[in-house]
Design a binder for this molecule. Sequence first.
Ligand code: FPP
Ligand code: MG
Length: 324
Amino acid sequence: MTSVTSLFAPVEAELSALSANLKKLVGARHPILYAAAEHLFEAQGKGLRPAIVLLIAQATVPPGQGISARHRRLAEITEMIHTASLVHDDVIDTADIRRGVDTVNSLFGNRVAVLAGDYLFAQSSWYLANLDNLEVVKLLSKVITDLAEGEIRQSLTQFDTSLSIEDYLDKSFYKTASLMSGSAKAAAVLSGVEPELAEQLYEYGRHFGIAFQIVDDLLDFTSSTEALGKPAGSDLRQGNLTAPVLFALRSKPQLEPLIERQFAQPGDLQQALGLIEDSNGLALTKDLAAKHARSAVDCLAGLPPSVSRQALIDLTEYVLNRLY
Ligand code: FPP
Ligand code: MG
């Protein structure tokens, strides 16, 4: 399988500068934030979100022009918002480990973690405002609201077996796809593209993000704790009912009482996992992710052919095949 970092080749130089710059931006004022930032941006994933921003930037700038300083700053803001949401998420989920590394809450306590997350959100807003582009400010501030909305929806629907696939997809948009769609469109807006193309790129990010979240939810059932870098199977245990469970509920009604009583009896969770594995839930989940990945590719039709456009296409394939 192609590694995801090889897909980032067209924007590799920008991406490697990004991580160092983020640590400087975040850590300049407070040693504790520097420690948190150093830890965060090292342990972070591979920079998928800023890579999408930079690839779209490169695919949309007028011929002869390169990625601008504002595009780079937008990529940094996108990663800052993502990181802030994860710092808060790990407090909410009482997670001790992410990507195989101790979380900020486990190292510094909840109080510092909440404040560090707040600080990152606040700082991203400051840099966002300084881009001096009202449309981009609107796009990204809507993303921050959406992240909170997604997390609230998720906590309000724990162990709720009446949740529909549509509700699940809406929540996935808020939690994951909004950031990808908003920042994809913002990159195109900074390049000065026509509104129609900017909207298509928003749709690329939306479908891409939904496919990404569906695969993430599938991997929680099919991957090992080592491969994930966090405990496997935690979604179901916490009552976060994702696509595999929602599909399985249709053909395995025995699942419902187990979930409704929140796996209170010994063996409940194991039995539920067995029922899901035995159902067509995992296959249907894969199909749903593939459908969104195909729709994402269709949204790139308005971009002229380029290596960056090809990388954006290949990324959808990577999302479907990723191992963790
Ligand atoms: C990961 O979910 C979490 C998110 C993608 C979004 C988290 C958003 C918030 C906590 C809201 C942010 C707050 C403000 C003030 C805007 P997950 O737990 O399913 O994934 P994981 O397995 O990677 O932890
Ligand atoms: Mg979490």
